[in-house]
Write a protein that binds this ligand. Sequence first.
Ligand SMILES: Cc1cc2nc3c(=O)[nH]c(=O)nc-3n(C[C@H](O)[C@H](O)[C@H](O)COP(=O)(O)OP(=O)(O)OC[C@H]3O[C@@H](n4cnc5c(N)ncnc54)[C@H](O)[C@@H]3O)c2cc1C
Length: 504
Amino acid sequence: MSVRDLDADVIVVGAGNAAACAAIAARNGGASVLMLEAAPQSERGGNSTYTAGAMRYAFNGVEDVLSLVPDINEDTLAKTDFGTYTEEQFFDDMFRVTQFRTDPDLCELLVKRSLSTMQWMRKQGVRFQTSHGRQAYNVNGRFQFWGGLSVEVWGGGPGLVDMLLASAEKKGVKIAYETAAVSLLRDNDGIHGVRVRCNGREHDLHCKAVVLACGGFESNAEMRARYLGPNWDLAKVRGTRFNTGAGITMALSAGAMPFGHWSGAHAVGWDQNAPAFGDLAVGDAFQKHSYPFGIMINARGERFVDEGADFRNYTYAKYGREVLAQPGQFAWQVFDAKVQHLLRDEYRIRQITKVSSDTLEGLAEKMEGVDAAGFLKTVAQFNAAVRQDVAFNPNVKDGRAAETIVPRKSNWANTIDTGPYEAYAVTCGVTFTFGGLKVGQDAQVQDQAGRPIPGLFAAGELVGGLFYHNYPGGTGLTSGAVFGKIAGENAAIEAIANKSRSAA
Ligand SMILES: Cc1cc2nc3c(=O)[nH]c(=O)nc-3n(C[C@H](O)[C@H](O)[C@H](O)COP(=O)(O)OP(=O)(O)OC[C@H]3O[C@@H](n4cnc5c(N)ncnc54)[C@H](O)[C@@H]3O)c2cc1C
């Protein structure tokens, strides 16, 4: 297939979750569709491929969960309390974690279309399963979901991308690999195509509408330093190396309005010795998300965050920034024997920076870069501050605090006094950037005056305005799917209308 033969009604830039949902929706709407993927086929699917496939959606009870996972067996159903995660709860979480900055119109679409979009994905061939392993603890024989996340995609991120792209191709969508969009073709009437680079040569591809779904600028060290600030160029990238901000840059050149939290990003605690970009063989397992059950200390041996401020679904995405701000940009997570059974699977992988010792003094010596005396003092102060009158319960915000110290630990505080002890070294791993383009409710990109740019739509990470400061876990895939579907549907409508006008 020569790149020159690839003109289509709708060109979708990217081949991750948002792009695939857009391509399927545009094809369902009757348009011919071409997807452009900068990566080779073996690395296709962007950050979506690196995920565990967790998706946040509003549900009113087990019936809604069953509409996505109809085959939960009776025994599991009897032992599980899924609870509810209503639209109100989803709104509350979005408002709270973004410090009330999320764009209300975009947020409303995200929340209100979350369940129906996932039901639509199921119709397009995506399979879901319950998230018992990561989102519910077994307490006295019952599983209780605690963090608004009840399902994940079967096969995680790789499964999601495979299922969506197989569905798209079955419907006749073409995918051009190793074909990067470099600019938009435009005139006074709007966007009419994409200039691409393929095999070192540039070509113009023509279409009636373009959907940009090619990620944020997290993989571009220069843009990270420019917009996120000093030392962000030193962060590790958790996922794809291909999200270099090209979609945002080309849209801004075409007059699009920058929108959202340009100095903000989703960033987590990530193994200190992980590679510069994600490794698909390891996926998301370089992350270290069980810090609510221990303490995190820096090079001075001091704590620097409230590890138990909230369930980790609501703190992990902002704590990478806190780690980056520490001397040397690293921290150690410390756990004693009492809580080690609660550590997530990612603490048991081979590629890990871990030390252990039967004594705290021995551990202090082994944690590279840490002031041992400072660490031992911190642990003594912490242990003295732990409330012993409140029972520990990982399924609820238990209020078992370490109160008389700074920073306090608000929940799940246990003394660190029982060997063997373990410590894990983390640095900052950036997931995706929050700033991007302004879109309307039809996912059409707006210009600097707030007018829609004819023929230009956007979805996924490069949509600005949803996330500020922080993010509720599992929302990225849902946002990509919701806005991808809307973008694809409207791009098809516009493309077909344009075609009829040109034919008349
Ligand atoms: C390790 C990890 C774990 C995560 N876990 C979860 C989770 O469990 N749940 C959740 O909701 N979110 C999770 N996220 C966040 C989630 O991955 C993103 O929010 C979401 O996948 C973004 O989807 P997208 O389609 O916008 O971008 P992507 O999936 O990154 O897709 C962007 C696509 O654009 C392509 N591209 C880039 N530039 C160009 C160009 N110039 N021309 C052509 N193609 C281009 C890329 O190659 C890629 O195919 C995780 C992220 C990471 C890194």
